[in-house]
Every structure is written in structure tokens, then in C-alpha cells.
Design a protein around this ligand. Structure first.
Ligand code: FAD
Ligand code: N01
Length: 541
């Protein structure tokens, strides 16, 4: 246990902490647990009224994970792994939120979380070596360490379509769904967007609504999820040696068992290729793209996988014009592949209309609905499934200032710059969980969140034990890492379309490939950096 630092000024309302953690999703909760184990006085500040982050906010119909739950779950506690029972292969949002609450209670985390409170600013004071953190409502807190567990997909993107405020009915964003749910029965509903959130919610909204109109800008590739109750035998098999499965997954490119093949789709005989694609389509897994080793690196190989999915869409959707509108043209995988339940089938319903906004751009939202192309649509309610200002959005909303008052936003004007996605030069003792430059959104996020939390914990132990005041990334190490992240990305097809990985979904956002591709080399790099005395970081005595 470490010697803790200065403590609060009063017992009732402490304002000085060893560490402030922003956010109580999976990342913030585990970070709090680890820092408390060190004997540090840590506190989470959370804007929502409960823990869970993504799973607290995204309560839209059909919300569920698309990495199997036995893998999309914490592994830090063997007991927790054994005790918890997932009822489905891909758990629903309510079940994941129950799991989060169970974890928070089981590890007695709630007493150190301040809910309904937003961090608005964080300023590093070079003299005292402390972070001054402004919260709303409330006062100023101070801490030696500030850890941003603010989430990669937590800052909802509301497109600037003229007239939004004029709409007379209710509007909903999938990332801020009402806790009481929404009853669409008998209502005329418009939904904008066809990404993962839309694909999950559209089939269920269509079942309730009088009519659903889907506004699509980019058609989406999706594989049927084939969700089902979790088989007892499979659960027992995994639980018999959970650690072995986890160890195996750490060796996988995305930190999850996608049964990656390494041979080329181009040299595979056509019949074998078709058999492999079909097997994965039937299995219902994002691992469709692991069918061959070159699907994400070679355009011709990728086209074979893309065409397989396109032909499935053409088979499922009865109206050939609607089918062709739903057929994506871009590289498959460069926008996140989706898993769905009856998404394409939903367009066979008579109460569902698809509008291609490239042919009929949304001009404005009106009191009664919206105008797209030459048509005026009338709706009772509007759903925005328009995604997130990913990876940097939640950080940009906080006025973060490092040495000499440098604003993070200013530093990141041309795109986010981080060393390992964990720290950024000029901002001592500030850490980011799943920051830009880490595998984060291109991984099974729960394991990689745990890896970040454990790395940060070890780093803090090192700083304290070696009696340093600060640790901060060195600019040269950061520059080299940003270059490396982009060099790796450009050996793949990921940068080949306008994805949120590149910031391309937000008008004016600089384009820089943000996640790091490859869990095993990344984890090894983090290990080596620590083993070499925190190479690439400066430690201030
Ligand atoms: P979050 O869960 O986003 O939590 C961040 C928290 O920080 C939020 O509660 C937010 O309110 C709080 N916060 C942010 N800014 C402030 C502030 N200024 N002040 C106070 N509080 C603040 N990943 C997978 O690997 N597999 C999946 O199947 C998967 N499914 C997903 C499904 C959906 C619908 C979405 C949106 C994402 C999904 N993800 C999935 C990604 C998911 O975001 C991560 O897996 C994980 O839940 C992120 O946890 P986190 O703690 O890092 O961030
Ligand atoms: O957001 P998105 P999401 N006019 O950005 C469209 C995770 N997740 O919330 O593609 C018209 O993918 C936009 O069009 P385009 C997962 O990592 C996982 O769905 O930019 N349309 C797109 O169709 C995922 O990737 C699950 O041309 C506009 C849609 O809105 C990430 O979260 C479930 C528009 C946004 O799609 C984000 O997913 C949910 C405009 N002005 C989320 N602006 C799982 O299944 C945007 N669009 C686990």
C-alpha cells in the first residue's frame, strides 16, 4: 500500500483526492477498484445518475453487445467470472447494465462515485503539481492524478440539420435514450442513420410503429447475429478454464476469438471460399472478416467478401430497387461491420420505407416532419441514430489545460496526439483509458480497458515508489507513436472510407486514423515501455 497524499479539507465534503477518475463506465469502475486497492483516495465523477457508461445511456430497443458476452466481460476477478451467468450469447443492454451494477455493488464502488455531476474543466497547476478539476454542479476538486475514463463513444453526434428545434414531436438520440423507454405503437416514425445503433433498433421499432421511414446516407454491411440463449454446456466448458480462453484471446489481433485464418481469399479455391464465408454467415460473428488473412489488407480479397454480403442482401430483400439501395459499395470493414437480427428482412415489411439521402438529401426538419428531396414527410417522432463524436468528443467537451495553460483542444487542432493512447505530452499525471492511439474500438473493449487500467495502476505505483512528482509523455515518443499508428493503419483498408475511426463523420474534424490496429503488438509495446523504466516518458523528481 502506498503512502497516500494530502486528503480532504473536511470530512463531509472532501475536495482533495489522490486521483479523480472521470466516468463510471467499465473503465472508470475498474480504475477506481484498482486505485482503492493501492490505498489511494480516488473518486469518480459521473455525469449520469448511475454507473455503466455506454450501457447506461444507450437504452434504445435492441441494444446489445456484438462480442459474445462470455468474452465481453471483466476478467480481473476469477470469482466474478465464475459467479456471473449470461443468459444470451449476446447480452441485451438491460442485462449488461445489471452486470455493471452487480460489479459496482460487489466491489463496493458506489460510495466513491459522485453521480449527476459533469467535469467541465481540468487544469494542471505546475507549482503544486496538482490537477484542479471543475465540476458542475459543485466546486473545484484537486487531485494528483486525473484519469479520463470518458469513453470513446459517449459524446452523441446531433447533425446540424436546419430546423431540428422546430419539430413538434419528440426527438430521440439512440445514445441518450429515455430510461422509461419509448412506445412507438401506432406512430409514424422517422429514423436518420443506418449504423450499428440503427441496425439494432430498426427491426424492433418497425414491429411497433404504424410506419417507419429510414433515412440512409451510407448502406451498411451486416451479418446476422444468430443470437440465442447461452448454452449451458458451452458456459460450463468456458468456465472450466476461463483463464485459458482469455490467454488465447490476448494473442488474437482484436483481442477476441474470431478464428482468424491467415491464408489468402484470392488463392483459396472459389468453392472453399464460398464455404468459409457461408459458414461464418451462418455462425453469426464479426469474425466474418477473419475468414481469410487478406480481407482487410487487399482490395481484391475484400471485394470477394463484400460481394458475398451484397448477394445475401439481394436474396433477402424482395424489392430489387430497395435491395440495391441497401447494398453497400464501400470496402467491407472500413466502417464497423454490424451484427443484426432481421435488419435487411425488415425492408420487406409494408410499413417500412427506405430513403436514400444521397438521391434525396434532407433539406430541413419542419414542425410536422422533414423535407428530403422533393418530398415532405410527416412524423410523430424522430430518431437520431447518428452516432458519436468518437474518441475525442468527450475529451473536447472538457477544458483540459496542461503545462503553461496549454489547452488540449489547441494541442489536438490537427488531430489527437497521444503516446500509446495513454498519455499526452505537456499534461503530467493525466491518463486516458482507451485514448486515441490504443486498440480501443478496434478490439474487444473490456479486456483492453482492463489492460489500460492495470498499466496505469503499475505506472502510478512506479511514480510513487520512485518518489517522483510527475510522469508525462515525451513529445518525440508521442510523435513516433502517432506516426506508427497511422503507418499501421495505412497497411490496411481501414482508411479507405469516411468512417468515424478517421473522424470523418463530424464536419470539420481533422482526419487522422485514431485507433491502433493490433492487440498483441500493442500489449507487448506497453509491457516493454514499463519494463524499460517507462521509456518515452519523463519522470520529474
Ligand atoms: P463509457 O462506457 O462510454 O463511459 C464513459 C462515462 O464517462 C459515461 O458514463 C459518461 O457519462 C462519462 N463522462 C464523459 N464525460 C464526462 C464528464 N465531462 N463528466 C462526467 N462524466 C463524464 N465494445 C465492445 O468491445 N463490444 C461491444 O459489443 C460493444 N457494444 C457497444 C454497443 C453500443 C451501443 C455502443 C455505443 C458501444 C459499444 N461498444 C462495444 C463500445 C463501448 O463503448 C465499450 O465497450 C465500453 O463500454 C466503454 O466503456 P468506457 O468506460 O471506456 O466508456
Ligand atoms: O453510429 P454510426 P452508431 N444525415 O456512426 C448517419 C458502437 N456500437 O451509433 O455512414 C444522414 O456507426 C451515418 O451515415 P454515414 C460501434 O462501435 C456497437 O450506429 O456517416 N445520416 C451512419 O449511418 C459503432 O460503430 C453496437 O454516411 C447521417 C449513422 O448516422 C459505434 O458504436 C451498437 C447524418 C451513424 O452511424 C457507433 O454506432 C451500437 C446526417 N447528417 C453502437 N449524420 C453493437 O452492436 C450521421 N448519419 C455492439
Amino acid at each position: 500500500m502506498l503512502d497516500t497524499l494530502d486528503h480532504g479539507t473536511s470530512q463531509e465534503t472532501p475536495t482533495a483526492f489522490d486521483a479523480i477518475i472521470v466516468g463510471s463506465g467499465f473503465a472508470g469502475l475498474y480504475m477506481l477498484h484498482k486505485l482503492r486497492q493501492l490505498g489511494l483516495r480516488a473518486r469518480i465523477i459521473e455525469a449520469g445518475s448511475g454507473p455503466g457508461g455506454t450501457w447506461y445511456w444507450n437504452r434504445y430497443p435492441g441494444a446489445r453487445c456484438d462480442v459474445v458476452s462470455m468474452e465481453y466481460s471483466y476478467q480481473f476477478s476469477a470469482e466474478l467470472q465464475q459467479e456471473w451467468h449470461w443468459s444470451e450469447r449476446y447480452a441485451t443492454q438491460p442485462e449488461i447494465l445489471r452486470y455493471v451494477n452487480h460489479v459496482a455493488e460487489r466491489f463496493d464502488l458506489l460510495r466513491d462515485i459522485t453521480f449527476n455531476t459533469r467535469v467541465t474543466a481540468a487544469r494542471f497547476d505546475e507549482e503544486t503539481g496538482r490537477w484542479h478539476i471543475n465540476v458542475e454542479p459543485g466546486a473545484e476538486l484537486t487531485a494528483r492524478y486525473c484519469i479520463m475514463a470518458t469513453g470513446c463513444l459517449s459524446s452523441a453526434n446531433m447533425p446540424a440539420i436546419p430546423g431540428v428545434a422546430r419539430f413538434s414531436g419528440p426527438t430521440y438520440h439512440t445514445g441518450h435514450w429515455p430510461h422509461a423507454g419509448v412506445d412507438f405503437t401506432g406512430r409514424r416514425v422517422g429514423i436518420i442513420g443506418t449504423g450499428s445503433s440503427a441496425l439494432q433498433s430498426i427491426p424492433l421499432i418497425a414491429e411497433q410503429a404504424a410506419h417507419l421511414t429510414v433515412f440512409q446516407r451510407t448502406a451498411t454491411y451486416s451479418i446476422p447475429a444468430r443470437n440465442a440463449p447461452l448454452e449451458a454446456a458451452q458456459e460450463a466448458r468456458i468456465k472450466a478454464d476461463y483463464a485459458a480462453m482469455r490467454a488465447h484471446n490476448w494473442q488474437q489481433p482484436f483481442g477476441v476469438d474470431f478464428q482468424q485464418r491467415t491464408d489468402s481469399a484470392l488463392t483459396s479455391p472459389a468453392a472453399e471460399r464460398e464455404r468459409e464465408f457461408e459458414a461464418r454467415w451462418q455462425r453469426g460473428t464479426l469474425g466474418f472478416l477473419a475468414a481469410f488473412g487478406d480481407l482487410l489488407t487487399d482490395s481484391a480479397a475484400n471485394e470477394l467478401a463484400a460481394e458475398f454480403i451484397r448477394n445475401k442482401i439481394r436474396t433477402i430483400v424482395k424489392d430489387p430497387v430497395v435491395a440495391e439501395t441497401l447494398v453497400p459499395r464501400q470496402v467491407v470493414g472500413c466502417k464497423r461491420l454490424c451484427l443484426d437480427t432481421n435488419y435487411y428482412e425488415t425492408f420487406n415489411r409494408t410499413n417500412v420505407t427506405l430513403v436514400d439521402v444521397n438521391a434525396a438529401p434532407i433539406r430541413e426538419i419542419t414542425a410536422a416532419g422533414l423535407h428530403a428531396g422533393d418530398t415532405a414527410y410527416q412524423f410523430d417522432c424522430l430518431v437520431f441514430a447518428t452516432g458519436f463524436d468518437a474518441m475525442t468528443g468527450a475529451l473536447d467537451k472538457i477544458d483540459i489545460r496542461g503545462r503553461q495553460g496549454l489547452a488540449l483542444k489547441e494541442k489536438w487542432q490537427a488531430g489527437p496526439r497521444m503516446y500509446l493512447g495513454l498519455a499526452t505530452a505537456g499534461f503530467p499525471n493525466l491518463f486516458t483509458i482507451s485514448g486515441p492511439g490504443s486498440p480501443s474500438v478496434l478490439s474487444n473493449m473490456l479486456p483492453t480497458i482492463e489492460q489500460h487500467v492495470e498499466w496505469i495502476t503499475d505506472c502510478i505505483v512506479h511514480v510513487e515508489a520512485s518518489q517522483h512528482r510527475f510522469i508525462e509523455a515525451l513529445p518525440a515518443a508521442e510523435d513516433a507513436w502517432v506516426e506508427h499508428v497511422n503507418a499501421v493503419a495505412h497497411t490496411t483498408l481501414y482508411p479507405h472510407c469516411n468512417s468515424w475511426y478517421l473522424g470523418a463523420n463530424i464536419p470539420g474534424k481533422p482526419r487522422l486514423f485514431m485507433p491502433y490496429i493490433g492487440v498483441p503488438p500493442y500489449v507487448e509495446k506497453c509491457r516493454a515501455v514499463a519494463a524499460n523504466g517507462y521509456e518515452g516518458f519523463a519522470l520529474t523528481p
